[in-house]
Write a protein that binds this ligand. Structure first.
Ligand SMILES: Cc1ncc(COP(=O)(O)O)c(C=O)c1O
Length: 444
């Protein structure tokens, strides 16, 4: 009996090899969230558990997945979005263009024990609540509760996806030292998820920020490395370059960009889920994301419906996306250059002196309809002292018209303040604001 099975198996293999050698399409069932066959050799897993190693480029061409045709990335790669379910099976159709080396082995792409750990985490991340926060001039302001994720921000979605893909690609394994740069939220999700997955997590954080964030980072088991206070997040590129040069055993996850300054598709696709979940419940007329490194603008923004308007906001101190959208206008209006005022108090949002591919690409792709600047009382005073003008006082404020015990954090307050402003000139619209974090991530 054993011999017969062995015999049939060998015949099957030979048949598969012969068919594929003549350019036939082969359906493979994959259990992975991201696949890039430009990274040769790549391992594909068949539905029967066996695996196939393919050299990329000249040996294989991806022609479709889940029944749809796909446009391969340059170099023969394919990006498979990781949006719906954490571990959904994806059927990839490959056409072998010339005979390739076929090798079978018994190892699963992700060992079962790891897969179940990822599944357990996935059950606590995403599918966040949506609540009607207030009605304003006949419009509705909705909050998407990303702060209810396991480690209390939208970045849980991103790190679950990033750790998984790097593990699937064999670039990291439990016990490895992993590094990330952050102004707080990203680092907490990174270290929270990383520790649960068995990684040794190091976080570069600008000095002089909110103590509440430092405490949260320590509580989830991160080792903090402080970077220059005044340069804030613009110190990161140089820090990372030096650090990785001197610490070759660390792996940098880099949620805010991909290789060679490209966009990070894994981060962006993970954040698309925010919009997909809301779309199934209501029509989004206005989506109001904060400009941070651009991830929560570009990822969710690129899957909005054509009728939705994307209005991004950032501090009047930084105006990074504002300057890209309306070159030169800032100086005409405010009489100073963006970045002149001192460091803003909206950790996680943009900072003048550093830009990111997700910001540039969000503007370049035309998905951003408008950028609104926001202020606070301290910034108004500083601006007045510097220029004798009161223009910033007319901007939406995050520190006005919220109760003292308001549970959501500052960037969420900004989003609500911007929605209230826009709601003055329209009727019967749905405004979607991301509840990025809670007030407990700020010292006051
Ligand atoms: C509190 C808060 N709001 C908004 C953002 C902006 O998010 P992103 O940079 O992912 O677009 C961040 C980013 O860290 C944040 O921490």
């Amino acid at each position: 009996m054993k011999n017969l099975i062995k015999h049939l198996y060998c015949v099957g293999l030979i048949m598969a090899f012969l068919l594929s050698s003549f350019g036939f399409s082969t359906n493979l069932i994959l259990e992975c969230s991201y696949l890039d066959i430009s990274e040769a050799p790549t391992c594909f897993q068949f539905s029967d558990g066996s695996e196939l190693f393919l050299q990329a480029g000249q040996h294989a061409q991806v022609i479709g997945y889940d029944g749809c045709l796909v446009k391969p990335l340059g170099g023969g790669g394919l990006f498979v979005p990781f949006t719906k379910k954490a571990s959904r099976k994806i059927t990839i159709t490959l056409r072998r263009l010339e005979p390739c080396k076929v090798e079978y082995c018994t190892l699963a792409a992700l060992p079962l024990i790891r897969k179940s750990l990822y599944d357990e985490l996935a059950s606590q991340i995403g599918n966040t609540g949506l609540s009607l926060y207030e009605e304003s001039n006949g419009n509705r302001i909705w909050l998407k509760h990303e702060c209810d994720n396991l480690f209390e921000s939208h970045y849980d979605r991103v790190y679950l996806a990033l750790f998984r893909i790097y593990e699937e690609q064999g670039l990291i394994k439990p016990g490895c030292k992993v590094l990330e740069t952050t102004s707080g939220s990203a680092g907490i999700s990174f270290a929270g998820i990383g520790r649960k997955l068995g990684y040794d997590c190091y976080v570069a954080l600008p000095a002089g920020g909110e103590k509440a964030r430092e405490v949260a980072l320590k509580n989830v088991g991160a080792t903090i490395i402080f970077t220059d206070r005044d340069k804030y997040i613009s110190a990161f590129p140089e820090f990372v370059k030096d650090f990785l040069h001197n610490h070759k055993d660390y792996f940098f996850l880099n949620h805010s960009m991909g290789k060679k300054g490209s966009q990070n598709e894994v981060s962006l696709a993970a954040l698309e889920g925010i919009i997909a979940e809301v779309k199934s419940k209501l029509r989004i007329d206005f989506f109001l994301p904060a400009v941070g490194n651009g991830s929560s603008v570009l990822g969710p923004g690129r899957v909005l419906d054509s009728w939705s308007k994307l209005v991004a906001f950032e501090s009047v101190q930084s105006a990074v996306m504002y300057e890209l959208m309306y070159p030169g206008q800032y100086q005409d209006i405010y009489g100073i250059k963006p970045g002149t005022l001192s460091r803003h108090r909206l950790p996680g949002t943009s900072f003048n002196g550093i830009t990111f591919p997700h910001i540039v690409n969000a503007v370049g792709s035309g998905i951003v309809n408008r950028v609104v600047l926001v202020s606070d009382e301290k910034m108004d005073q500083e601006y007045f002292l510097l220029t004798g003008k009161t223009y910033t006082e007319h901007l939406p404020h995050w520190d006005k018209y919220f109760p003292a015990d308001f549970i959501f954090g500052r960037s969420t307050r900004c989003g609500i303040a911007v929605a209230r402003e826009l709601a003055k000139s329209v009727k019967d619209k749905n405004f979607l604001v991301i509840a990025y974090d809670k007030a407990n991530r700020y010292d006051s």
